[in-house]
Write a new protein. Structure first.
Length: 156
C-alpha cells in the first residue's frame, strides 16, 4: 500500500469540479488498489473522510467514515435533504491548522455506487450526514471555509 500526497490550500486542484467515474473502471485492479491507498491515507492523517480531488484525482469519489466503517462513495447524487439544519465543527485535511462552525442539513440522502459498482443509498443523520456533505462539496471544488460562519486556528 502507498500513501497518497494530500493537497492543501492554495492548490487550485482543490477548486476543480470532478468528473463521474465510468463504472467499468471500478472493477479494475488499479482502481481497487488506489481506493485502498486512499483509505489508508485518510487513516494515517486521522481523517474521517477524504475526497479524490484532495489527492489530485478529479473524480467523483470519496471515503466517508461512519463509526469506524469507511464507506466508498462513487458518483453520488443527492436525493433528499432535511428542512432542519444544524451547526457543527469541521476541519479538513486540505486546510491544516484550522476549523470552523458550519451549518449543514441535519439529515441527508444520496444514492451512489459502492467500490464494486453496486447501487447504494445512504440516508444518515447527525455526524455522518455532516461528513457526507463536506466530502460531496469537495467534488464541486467547495471547501468548508466557504460555508463557515466562524473560523478558528488550532493551537497546539
Ligand atoms: Zn475536507
Amino acid at each position: 500500500m502507498a500513501l497518497l500526497p494530500i493537497l492543501t490550500l492554495p492548490n487550485p486542484q482543490l477548486r476543480q469540479r470532478s468528473a463521474d467515474v465510468d463504472p467499468k473502471f471500478l472493477k479494475t485492479p488499479d482502481f481497487q488498489v488506489w481506493l485502498d491507498d486512499l483509505i489508508e491515507t485518510m487513516w494515517k492523517a486521522d481523517g474521517v473522510g477524504i475526497a479524490a480531488p484532495q489527492v489530485g484525482s478529479p473524480l467523483r469519489v470519496f471515503i466517508a467514515v461512519d463509526g469506524k466503517t469507511p464507506h466508498v462513495v462513487v458518483n453520488p447524487v443527492v436525493t433528499g435533504k432535511s428542512w432542519r439544519m444544524e451547526d457543527g465543527e469541521e476541519g479538513c485535511l486540505s486546510v491544516p491548522g484550522k476549523y470552523g462552525i458550519v451549518r449543514r442539513y441535519r439529515s441527508f440522502k444520496i444514492k451512489c455506487l459502492d467500490r464494486n459498482g453496486e447501487k447504494v443509498v445512504h440516508e444518515p443523520t447527525g455526524f455522518f450526514a455532516r461528513v457526507l456533505q463536506h466530502e460531496l462539496d469537495h467534488l464541486d471544488g467547495v471547501l468548508f471555509i466557504d460555508r463557515a460562519k466562524k473560523m478558528f486556528n488550532i493551537h497546539l
